[in-house]
Design a protein around this ligand. Structure first.
Ligand code: CMC
Length: 429
């Protein structure tokens, strides 16, 4: 057998042949089936060998045709299309359609999709009342997580996850309602009246309207800021099997409905190791306070006192393609919103770090969060909204991954094994 792995179990001297399977790229996605390891036993009643992989750092949990990342070469593609081209030429909703359906929409499909989403942007008035129950200083991400879960009680038919038509409807509802819930969470916190969706605006234009509309009859978003937010949404729409997506697939694998599954995915995203890094970048820039203090700060990073937030990535080891797009866009946004003093600190920090042996030898480059936080802040979003701004576009990625999981005959309820290290049977007496 050519494409196989030969394993010799030195406990028994037995040899096993395990077939190797590939994805689209043989050099990036070769795997054995872990189930095959179970045949490797020392005796008939032995359970068989398992694979120990905390944090799933080297476990392919699924086959997927949605997003491809090549971290060494700084590549991110949705359905085969480079992120740079999608960000340049398409709207977020068209990219969402691509992620969900596998192909970019033609004009008629694009219009139908947009009107379907628009039709579902309102939320039940009882949901609005539900949101009023939160304390005045509730974190908007906590509000989003709980409110999305509560939607499950409004759409009980959503439990029928095996029906493609039911799924299609819930996907549209969720993509449409998440921005409304997100904006209501913000308005509730600051004490402003809710601003209902304006269906004549684009997806991102409407979100800006629900966030920032005050006494004007119609809110008209600045087209450049609307485009910038659209690009940010495109860059965050999917990122294959990260912590939040894994939560979505895992909870969804029990056939829980998509609302509670999205709540679980958003809860995973809420954690500071996942969706919270851009907030940390801003806190770091505030702490540095002035360009003159950058060299001293970098020195302390190199001494191991703390990490440079917004630098480094588990997967991207040369550059994060999303950061490259955002770096260019940050300049354009600041021309409109006024130059954010934190950008000067960020650029000085970036310059030193890119030339410094410590960062170069460890392949530490700015990641997406290095720029997204300062852009969001200059657009007027409070720091607490940053993870919420991540969850809105990631919803289509979560839902597409969920649907792919449900349609994949290989998938079963997610139920890992463990290596028990506790006591052997004993008696309390
Ligand atoms: N600043 C200073 N040193 C760093 C940093 C950093 N930001 N990141 C890694 N290192 C050093 C680390 O100390 C280690 O050095 P040594 O070999 O001397 O011990 C080496 O680089 C390798 O680090 P690691 O922890 O093994 O790398 P990792 O791949 O496990 O961690 C990371 C990836 C993103 C968690 C990490 O780089 C980090 O903590 N960055 C700062 C937080 C951040 O910006 N997170 C956002 C990630 S992008 C958002 C997303 O896509 O989800």
């Amino acid at each position: 057998m050519a494409d196989s792995l030969t394993i010799t179990d030195n406990r028994t001297g037995e040899t096993y042949e395990l077939p190797i399977q590939y994805g689209t790229y043989p050099e990036y996605g070769a795997a054995i089936r872990c189930g095959e390891l179970r045949n490797i036993k020392v005796s008939e009643d032995d359970f068989g060998l398992m694979a120990y992989d905390p944090g799933f750092t080297n476990t392919a949990s699924c086959k997927s045709s949605i997003t491809h990342i090549d971290g060494e070469r700084g590549i991110l593609r949705y359905r085969g299309y480079p992120i740079e081209e999608l960000a340049e030429d398409f709207s977020f909703l068209d990219v969402a359609y691509l992620i969900l359906n596998g192909e970019l929409p033609d004009q008629s499909a694009s219009e139908t999709w947009e009107s379907e989403i628009t039709n579902h942007s309102m939320i039940h008035e009882k949901i609005k009342k539900f949101m009023e129950g939160f304390k005045y200083d509730a974190h908007p991400m906590g509000m989003l997580v709980s409110t999305v879960a509560a939607l499950s009680t409004f759409y009980p038919e959503s439990r029928n996850v095996e029906d493609p038509d039911v799924r299609a409807l819930q996907i549209r509802r969720l993509v449409a309602k998440i921005p409304t819930i997100a904006a209501y969470a913000y308005r509730s916190n600051v004490g402003f009246p809710y601003s209902y969706p304006d269906n004549d605006l684009s997806y991102t234009g409407n979100f800006l309207s629900m966030m920032f509309k005050m006494t004007e009859r119609r809110y008209r978003p600045d087209p450049a800021l609307e485009k910038a937010l659209d690009v940010l949404f495109i860059l965050h729409a999917d990122h294959e099997q990260n912590c939040g997506t894994n939560a979505m697939r895992s909870v969804g694998s029990s056939h829980a409905d998509p609302y509670v599954s999205i709540a679980a995915a958003a809860a995973a995203l809420y954690g500071p190791l996942h969706g919270g890094a851009n907030e940390q970048v801003l806190r770091m820039l505030n702490e540095i306070g002035h360009v003159d203090r950058v060299p001293e700060y970098v020195k302390r990073v190199k001494a191991g006192e703390f990490r440079l937030m917004g630098f480094g990535h588990r997967v991207y080891k040369n550059y994060d393609p999303r950061a490259t797009i955002l770096k260019g866009m940050a300049q354009e946004v600041f021309e409109l919103t006024g130059r954010n003093p934190q950008l000067d600190i960020a650029l000085a920090l970036e310059k030193i770090a890119l030339e410094d042996e410590y960062f170069v030898s460890r392949k530490l480059y700015p990641n997406v969060d290095f720029y997204s936080g300062i852009i969001y802040q200059s657009m007027g979003f409070p720091v607490e909204m940053f993870p919420v701004l991540f969850a809105i576009p990631r919803t289509i990625g979560w839902l597409t991954q969920w649907q792919e999981m449900l349609e994949d005959g290989d998938q079963r309820i997610a139920r890992p094994r463990q290596i028990y290290t506790g006591e052997d049977q004993r008696s309390p007496s």
